[in-house]
Design a protein around this ligand. Structure first.
Ligand SMILES: [Zn+2]
Length: 391
């Protein structure tokens, strides 16, 4: 029996912090409504204390978006917590999210206080937030570089103070999957009151491991994952929602977990976020990239045309992609050329195909990709020669 993993989307908060990705209030609302269609569990709508515009955007989303929990970020200070509450309190299910550093690097260089003083700040912030809202999430910023015993003590203290969700961030993308999974397992084993809170993770991609670390945490028992559409976010970004979700889905028996995401909305959501933020996707981006279902070599094209299962571990329909594409290049074989010609309405015999294929290769050698127009041009000259029959 699989556990349900909650998907916490922070595209509108951490994602919007991507350099060059600022969104207007109405664009944020449009994305939030799409996140409802995607069926995420929690939407982090912004950081209201950062600007009046962000405050407004969070309040609009809290008022208009129904279904998911709506949260927003606060530092562990009263004015930030007030700004979050004043903007999310209109939601059906509001949550206050507090973040405070737990590593010595942050404690010494950001706060210039002692460990105990910083822990007291966190506990006081949670108590205050709980006086306003029944759902309070606490993030131990820079957990991956924190002293383990201190981290455990902080987690226990904020749960005692009323935190309902404890989020463990790898804020700087420093974690390694096996070690990070062990940390999550140790938190479950060593923090005595951990069962009273939901355990969450938030991983950054500085070393390209955000998704791997998130999946390792799920394997170790994390119940919530923070991620963003297309993996956008500070610096190299966050764990990509579509990769985490499809990772769990395709390898369900390994993770023994599931999500409530409507996966056929993954590509539409990815396209919307890419267009509105102006952050283009790499063609080879996993799950939602233009090449995710494009097959180029002759061996692969032949294999996938015989049975998609030969070279695809999930279908384009499952993630709302347009479909499998066969990219015709000089490496394409007869099977792929015939398949594309038939999809364009031409019917060719085996004998005709032999001749057409050598013509095709002559065209393919002159360009990177042979498109439908090239094929039509090839056929219009070929038709007079070989009298091929239209379907
Ligand atoms: Zn982050």
């Amino acid at each position: 029996m699989e556990r349900m993993v909650h998907i916490f989307d922070t595209t509108l908060r951490d994602g919007e912090q991507s350099p060059g990705a600022s969104l207007t209030s109405s664009e944020k609302l449009e994305i939030a409504k799409q996140l409802v269609r995607l069926n995420v569990d929690i939407i982090e709508a912004g950081f209201p204390a950062s600007s009046p515009g962000d405050f407004e955007a969070v309040r609009n989303i809290a008022r208009e978006v129904k279904g998911p929990i709506i949260t927003a970020l606060a530092r562990a200070v009263k004015s930030d917590i007030d700004a979050v509450w004043e903007s999310v309190k209109y939601a059906e299910r509001p949550r206050i999210h507090i973040v405070l550093g737990s590593s010595d690097v942050h404690i010494q260089n950001k706060f210039r206080r002692s460990r105990d003083e910083v822990m007291d700040m966190g506990v006081a912030a949670v108590r205050y937030a709980r006086s306003l809202c029944p759902d309070v999430q606490y993030s131990t910023e820079d957990a991956s570089r924190s002293d383990k015993n201190y981290l455990f003590k902080v987690i226990e203290s904020v749960i005692d103070a009323g935190a309902t969700v404890v989020n463990i961030p790898d804020s700087v993308g420093y974690a390694v999957p096996a070690q990070w999974g062990r940390l999550i397992a140790d938190i479950k084993r060593c923090v005595p009151n951990i069962d009273r809170a939901t355990l969450s993770v938030h991983c950054h991609n500085d070393l390209g491991l955000a998704v791997a670390n998130s999946l390792a945490s799920i394997k170790a028992g994390a119940q919530q994952v923070e991620c963003t559409i297309n993996g956008i976010g500070e610096r190299a970004g966050n764990a990509s929602l579509e990769e985490v979700v499809m990772g769990i889905r395709v390898r369900q028996s390994y993770y023994r977990a599931a999500t409530d995401i409507t996966t056929s909305q993954l590509c539409p959501t990815s396209n919307m976020v890419s267009q509105l933020t102006g952050l283009a996707l790499a063609r080879n981006k996993a799950v939602v990239g233009e090449n995710a279902f494009a097959h180029s070599s002759g061996i692969h094209q032949d294999g996938v045309l015989k049975n998609r299962n030969n070279y695809e571990i999930f279908s384009p329909e499952e993630v709302g992609a347009i479909g499998t594409t066969i990219v015709l290049t000089a490496r394409s074989g007869r099977h792929a050329v015939r398949h594309r010609l038939e999809s364009l309405g031409y019917k060719v015999s085996q004998e005709e195909l032999e001749r057409l294929h050598s013509r095709f290769l002559a065209v393919a050698d002159t360009k990177k990709e042979v498109d439908d127009d090239d094929l039509r041009a090839m056929m219009s000259t070929a038709e007079t020669l070989i009298a091929s029959r239209r379907l």
